[in-house]
Ligand binder design. Structure first.
Ligand SMILES: Nc1ncnc2c1ncn2[C@@H]1O[C@H](COP(=O)(O)OP(=O)(O)OP(=O)(O)O)[C@@H](O)[C@H]1O
Ligand SMILES: [Mg+2]
Length: 323
């Protein structure tokens, strides 16, 4: 649905983006993550046709991003900029009506459309609010409602959760998931991976204009994980389990983490985890559950962008080549 090949924009002094290859499938959520100034907004603006790349090509729904396709592409995309102005003196309804008219939606269907976009963004109760009275969270919802007016297939949201409190972030996540359920393809950027990474099907991490890694959250976390971290819940003394596992091959470290809990750093293969369970059962240790713990998204981000120490549990400190 969105594809770029080697897009490059040089603002001088090493600023800009360099040779970006992105691929976003239809009806998925793609999280575009990177520190401040890494090139997220630049990439998004190139995709939306607002700035022209120095090199490389990009496609939106099969249409190449270039002058002759701009109008068709604009109809396909709903773009929420990182900062957008709102007309303070209008009510929410008047604001959406104004943009609906700008999209040339006739008055009757426009009314219905405004009701629909307010419902999707869970903002129907705000329709009579004065725009100047909106909180940051409300403001972002109305921004998304506006980008939905012309019913685009693709939504490109630049830092939609920026400045939102934890409740408003959860609300935003739910809105984005609803948009996916409606069949939309969503690209969103964030400088905080865990914030929205949890709802993303795929993630791309960018730093200093270069894409460091791209893939599903699970593939990325696994590729960064050298050892497997297992969390065991027992119906017996964890000391007994620890003793039973002391001689077990490929176990790097055993930690008692609770009254009935153990954490194991395992260097063996994933399919051999079953051997640990049967070994414990043979030693009469009562195992309630064994769960593989994945490194969290925060650590993935820090690891890939090279800011983590090697002490991060279960992570490799080296970045992985982009696919
Ligand atoms: N119009 C411009 N002229 C010159 N340099 C620019 C321009 N736009 C962006 N840059 C530079 O390009 C780099 C990438 O900027 P960009 O806005 O794309 O980053 P970002 O990842 O969106 O950052 P943030 O998280 O702060 O929004 C930065 O170094 C920025 O200063
Ligand atoms: Mg930005």
């Amino acid at each position: 649905m969105i594809k770029t090949e080697n897009i490059t924009k040089n603002f001088g002094g090493g600023r800009g983006i360099l040779g970006l290859d992105l691929e976003i499938e239809q009806n998925t959520i793609f999280g575009f993550v990177g520190p401040n100034g890494s090139g997220k907004t630049t990439t998004i603006k190139i995709l939306c046709g607002l700035i022209i790349a120095d090199e490389g090509r990009a496609w939106i729904d099969g249409m190449e991003v270039k002058g002759s396709n701009h109008i068709k592409i604009k109809k396909t995309i709903g773009y929420l900029p990182d900062e957008f102005g709102v007309y303070q003196q209008m009510s929410v309804w008047e604001y959406l009506d104004f943009f609906g008219a700008a999209y040339k939606i006739a008055p009757k269907p426009r009314k219905k459309r405004i009701e629909e976009v307010l419902e999707v963004t869970d903002a129907s109760h705000m329709m009579d609010y004065q725009v100047s009275s909106l909180s940051r969270g409300m403001h972002q919802k109305i921004g998304i409602a506006k980008t939905m007016l012309h019913d685009p297939k693709i939504l490109i949201l630049d830092e939609p959760a920026n400045g939102l409190d934890p409740h408003a972030r959860i609300d935003m996540r739910n809105t984005i998931l609803r948009l996916k359920d409606m069949g939309k393809t969503i690209m969103l950027s964030s400088h905080i991976l865990p914030e929205l990474g949890a709802i993303c099907d795929t993630v791309g991490i960018i730093e200093k204009g270069k894409l460091l890694i791209q893939g599903t959250v699970q593939d990325i976390t696994r590729s960064l994980q050298q050892n497997i971290v297992l969390e065991l819940n027992l119906d017996s003394d964890p000391e007994e389990a620890k003793a039973a596992l002391d001689e077990f091959e490929n176990i790097q470290k055993i930690e008692i983490t609770g009254k009935h809990e153990l954490r194991i750093d395992y260097l063996g293969k994933r399919n051999e985890i079953a051997d640990i369970t049967s070994h414990l059962v043979n030693k009469s240790v009562r195992v309630i559950s064994i769960r593989e713990s994945e490194i969290d998204l925060e650590n993935v981000f820090l690891t890939v962008t090279g800011k983590s120490g090697s002490e991060n549990r279960g992570t490799a400190a080296k970045p992985v080549e982009a696919e």
